[in-house]
Design a protein around this ligand. Sequence first.
Ligand SMILES: Cc1cc2nc3c(=O)[nH]c(=O)nc-3n(C[C@H](O)[C@H](O)[C@H](O)COP(=O)(O)O)c2cc1C
Length: 364
Amino acid sequence: MSATSAAAKAPATEPLFEPYQLGPLHLSNRIVMAPMTRSRAIDGNVPNPLAETYYRQRASAGLIITEASQVSPQGQGYIRTPGIHSPEQVAAWRKITAAVAREGGKIFLQLWHVGRISHPDFQGGELPVAPSAIMPDGEVFTAQGPKKMVTPRALDLSELPGIVEQFRKGAENAKAAGFDGVEIHGANGYLLDQFTRDGSNRRADSYGGSLENRVRLPLEVTKAVIGVWGKDRVGYRVSPNGAYNSMSDSNPRETFSYLTRRLSELGIVYLHTFDPPSGANHLAPELRKQFTGTFIVNGGYDEASGNAAIASGDADLVAYGVPFLANPDLPYRFGRKAGLNAPDQATFYAGEDRGYTDYPALAQ
Ligand SMILES: Cc1cc2nc3c(=O)[nH]c(=O)nc-3n(C[C@H](O)[C@H](O)[C@H](O)COP(=O)(O)O)c2cc1C
């Protein structure tokens, strides 16, 4: 029995197991696999052949969102992350999307540009690019081991259409690779988040300063991606309170409310918030009210809190990261109140098949 058909037989009384219509896509449940970098790409940043098994094993999710995938070589900041800019990458992704489709699953690609969270080692010796020349704290893991991050180069105004084009091309490649849609990575301190928040954006031109200016590039990217996919197959991810990658904003409520309203006006199919309910200044419920499309919540949810989030109207779909990483048959287990495999942190970003395709499913 395939993972998908097994999950379909789970008790259908819980909110997480209600089917859901996401734009044109019929999702068999409301359990989303959150995007997770696994650092196992092979030469040329081509997805590892093992990724076909990894994603197929998890196809019983209502929707899979892939690991972040750089839209260009400039967009890379970690070793062995897959890209969506070369023909070889597209060909490898096509096998993955076909494997998920054969199981009846749905899969979106997460489009990524890291901006300043990179290193000259990834950039042919050039500086990483960012809205402003502000150095993030911390280290980047390069092929030669960890190296301190550097002060990035502020993008010139004349370069910004090129950034939009990188995302547009990535979206086009994702379409050629057979995805069901794409998620724009606007979270976790990467390039679009760097433009959005004022801790990392000190520009004096029309892409910095006012809120309207700071979200200009994210919205231009979103419009370009809609141009490829249509608005009902484009999602956007935010992390309004995330401090990861040296991020800060003087007024996250105002910033992300504004961005949410503008994204809502564009009519994208979903907004995905990484905003753990346990955190201070939890904003997701407020953003939910300002977004007319599908709302996905993420961050520390379990089965009970996921069901509660849907039942209360705070979410339409719930994304699970680590629980899905360690449990390929997460919906099946949730449906049966079965125990979960423990995640092995040592293999999150290394280990080839170990901690990747070898987490056991329950006997079905
Ligand atoms: C190994 C790992 C890799 C991750 N990679 C990404 C990524 O590529 N893109 C992204 O938006 N979030 C990434 N995240 C964050 C997750 O999508 C998710 O927000 C986080 O794990 C919290 O959800 P959870 O409590 O259900 O695990 C990653 C998390 C983990 C554990």
